[in-house]
Write a protein of this length. Sequence first.
Length: 281
Amino acid sequence: MSPAPVYETDWTEIWKYRQGLQESTRTHSDSSHNWDKKENAERYDRNASGRYDDRVKRTIEALPLTPHSRVLDIGAGPGVLALPLAPHVQQVTAVEPGAGMVEVLRKHAENEGIRNITCIQKLWEETDPARDLMPPYDIVIASLSLTMPDIREALSKMDAVCSGSVHLFWFADMPFWERMYADLWEPLHKIPYHPGPKADCLFGILYQMGIFADVTMLPMKKEYRFRNREEMQTFFCKRFGATTPGQADIISSYLEPLIQVSGEEYSISGDSTLAHIRWNS
């Protein structure tokens, strides 16, 4: 009798499938995530200020930095990592597609007297290393920015421009914000929420590329802060596409037991786990 055929899991297809399901879930346009708009980038920057200090500290401590390191930060946002990295290295190249994010990053760099950050305003998949970059880089980072449609091609390009080590930071489980979607989407819109792909897919894709990565788990805290209940309610109604009084009541009831009050500030928060996936090129 012939042996049964062995079917290998195609992790790249699993990533595409899960990413496609997640994108199809959202039936409304949340303009608060349009990072070309300066006001959205400034809001993100204000929310990030001080809240991600522990994650940023852990991230920087996990990187093999030297004063001579040349760093590529993919999906740099308003400079959450690029700005604190800059004083420790020779040069940082920040790839970020959002015009508003790039403007905020450059403003911070100017105000802080940082002159060793170069901004490339492009999607990673549209970045041409020969034209837009100056590889190789000692350290390549993609932190919470792995939304490329062809993740295998994106990872291959990261590996190709690196002469040292590549560091991915991605969700090991459902982050707090995604658990909120999972809890609220079906009551609000009568369809289930589909979570996006996680770090297990990334590890599998890299393995099938012949890259045998190391993985470390890190705690990750997400916190939303507001000046009052009305601001909180308005934010989450917009976030979850609540447009009717009934939908607003669902969100209000869901948020109530999560609200923490400190002085005049209202907040909600939750914990999850971040995977640090790294390999030497």
